[in-house]
Design a binder for this molecule. Structure first.
Ligand SMILES: Cc1cc2nc3c(=O)[nH]c(=O)nc-3n(C[C@H](O)[C@H](O)[C@H](O)COP(=O)(O)OP(=O)(O)OC[C@H]3O[C@@H](n4cnc5c(N)ncnc54)[C@H](O)[C@@H]3O)c2cc1C
Length: 329
């Protein structure tokens, strides 16, 4: 069953398209000849070039929502568009707060199931197969929706790599939003953006992560220092998040953030499968652990068997010394 058309839900802010949407466009492009972007906000014309350049031929936008919670009007507008012009074969969403909300509302409005937390997608003989990590990421299972289209898939961020396709700017089609009654009355009154000095964890090209092997929360300062020094983001395992050393926004893994940096430094981390599923897509993995049999060394490109509380200060000293000699990072 050939896939003809996929809608990819994208988010943007101030004319900048979020990386997650561009990642999904790259995946959709490989599976369907026609890929269209779903969008909300007042900047559709500003992102038309970048979304077109990543393979979207058209942007279906509901326009500026003036502070309304997006999922309600967007689900209503998409359902109306489907009723008028027919469904796409699939809708790809990313697991952001707004898009998880949208997936649920679309599923209810269209009376279609939704496959969530997918970590890949392939084309099978009977349609798209979503891949899901099971048993802590040690097994991948494939699932298929047998209901009529559209098939709804929610992917974990960083599942795919964004890749420009070089297409022309996408056409913009403004969708009418039907009356959503009381459900559409919810508005966003405040957005809390977590404070951070460096790049966002899921966008950083260098991630320095600390685990229980640091021994003491005060030593997490070494992780923060090294991350700052390398222009990267600090991160942690669930063990240190649960222990209250760092906030949940630092957590990498199955129940945290998925990262795909160029370099991932794992410091005092054992390498439990639930942690590995969130970081094993890093291009280069460097691990420091005092136990030479720690599972993290099974995925590391470079392993240092040593005491992290001694290795990290030495590493910082070496970087300082290199700077003093006029070297580059
Ligand atoms: C449903 C479920 C979901 C989960 N989700 C996540 C998740 O999203 N992310 C996540 O990270 N975990 C997750 N976990 C927890 C996971 O199973 C592990 O318990 C956790 O990742 C372990 O964290 P850690 O490596 O910091 O600690 P540990 O496993 O205790 O490892 C500490 C490591 O530090 C080393 N060490 C000790 N002292 C030193 C030293 N001085 N120098 C160098 N090395 C030293 C030790 O040899 C050891 O390998 C989940 C678990 C479950 C059941």
């Amino acid at each position: 069953m050939a896939v003809g058309r996929i809608w990819v839900v994208t988010e943007s802010s101030g004319g900048v398209a979020s990386p997650a949407g561009l990642e999904l466009l790259a995946a959709a492009r490989r599976l369907a000849p026609v890929v269209e972007a779903v969008h909300w906000g007042g900047d559709a014309a500003e992102v038309a070039a970048v979304l077109g350049g990543h393979g979207a031929t058209r942007i279906l936008t509901v326009g500026d929502l003036e502070g309304a919670l997006p999922a309600v009007p967007v689900a209503a507008a998409l359902a109306a568009r489907i009723e008028a012009s027919g469904p796409p074969d699939a809708v790809f969403l990313t697991a952001s707060y707004d898009q998880r909300d949208l997936a649920g509302r679309l599923s209810a409005r269209l009376d279609r199931p939704v496959l969530t937390n997918a970590v890949g997608v392939t084309e099978g003989a009977d349609g798209l197969l979503a891949e899901h990590a099971a048993f802590g990421g040690s097994t991948v299972v494939r699932a298929r929706i047998t209901a009529p289209p559209p098939h709804l898939f929610v992917f974990r961020p960083r599942t795919f790599a964004a890749e420009a396709a070089g297409g022309p700017p996408a056409d913009v089609e403004v969708l009418a939003v039907p009356d959503t009654g009381a459900a559409g009355a919810a508005t966003i009154v405040h957005r809390h953006v977590a404070e951070r000095a460096g790049p966002a964890l899921d966008e950083a090209s260098v991630v320095v992560a600390g685990g229980r092997g640091l021994g003491d929360p005060s030593r997490f300062g070494l992780i923060e220092q090294l991350a700052r020094r390398l222009g990267g983001a600090p991160a942690g395992t669930r063990a240190v998040v649960d222990a209250g050393w760092v906030p949940y926004s630092y957590q990498v893994g199955q129940t945290g953030t998925t990262v795909k940096p160029t370099v991932y430094l794992a410091c005092g981390i054992s390498g439990a499968t639930q942690h590995l599923v969130g970081m094993k897509g890093a291009r280069h993995i460097v691990a420091i652990n005092k136990d030479r049999d720690a599972p993290i060394f099974g995925v590391a490109d470079l392993g240092v068997v040593g005491d992290v509380t001694k290795v990290l200060p030495r590493l910082l000293e070496a970087l300082d010394a290199r700077d003093d000699r006029g070297g580059t990072q």
